[in-house]
Design a protein around this ligand. Structure first.
Ligand SMILES: [Ca+2]
Ligand SMILES: [Ca+2]
Length: 171
């Protein structure tokens, strides 16, 4: 009996992890999309009918990321509820993913979602100063170059922009 009991215990643990792994759904959405933008359909992806979502009081669990998303339990649509600013949430990190927990009742079941926030190029490069004085001698040649300080861009993969001022024509 001891052996059987132990075996059952480990089977339960194994199955719960297995179910949890199956319950993890990964979505992607661009930052700065309009409120109401649909990310995916949870009814379809969790294989629960929309009617069941409603009757089982499906909801997003409260948490720091819950304010950005909501679910329409009549259709199963997961949609954006608040502006998502990737730079504000993740700074310079290459990957920006928000985790959500959702809950269905009767029977009680937790589903974990991961939502990857895709960067869009919504930030212009910014120089440390708005005005630079460059001294150019009258003997400077056409095409002579004067480097400016580096401009920074907070979008992913567009960190630095080199500045150059060059002489076009001197009279
Ligand atoms: Ca942004
Ligand atoms: Ca961006």
């Amino acid at each position: 009996m001891e052996v059987t009991g132990s075996f059952c215990f480990w089977m339960v643990v194994f199955l719960s992890f297995w179910e949890s792994a199956l319950g993890q759904i990964v979505y992607s959405v661009s930052e700065e999309v309009n409120k109401g933008t649909v990310i995916g359909n949870l009814a379809k992806d969790l294989k629960i009918s929309a009617q069941e979502l409603e009757s089982r009081m499906f909801q997003i669990m409260p948490g720091s990321n819950a304010k950005y998303f909501d679910v329409n339990v009549k259709t199963g649509s997961l949609f954006v509820k608040e502006r998502i600013d990737r730079e504000d949430l993740c700074g310079a990190a290459q990957k920006c993913a928000l985790n959500l927990e959702t809950l269905a009742q009767n029977p009680h079941r937790l589903y974990r979602l991961e939502i990857n926030i895709v960067d869009v190029n919504d930030n212009a490069p910014v120089f440390p100063e708005s005005i630079y004085n460059v001294n150019v001698t009258e003997s400077a040649n056409d095409g002579e170059r004067f480097p400016l300080p580096i401009a920074k861009d907070s979008d992913v993969g567009k960190k630095l922009v080199a500045g150059l001022l060059w002489v076009v024509e001197l009279s």
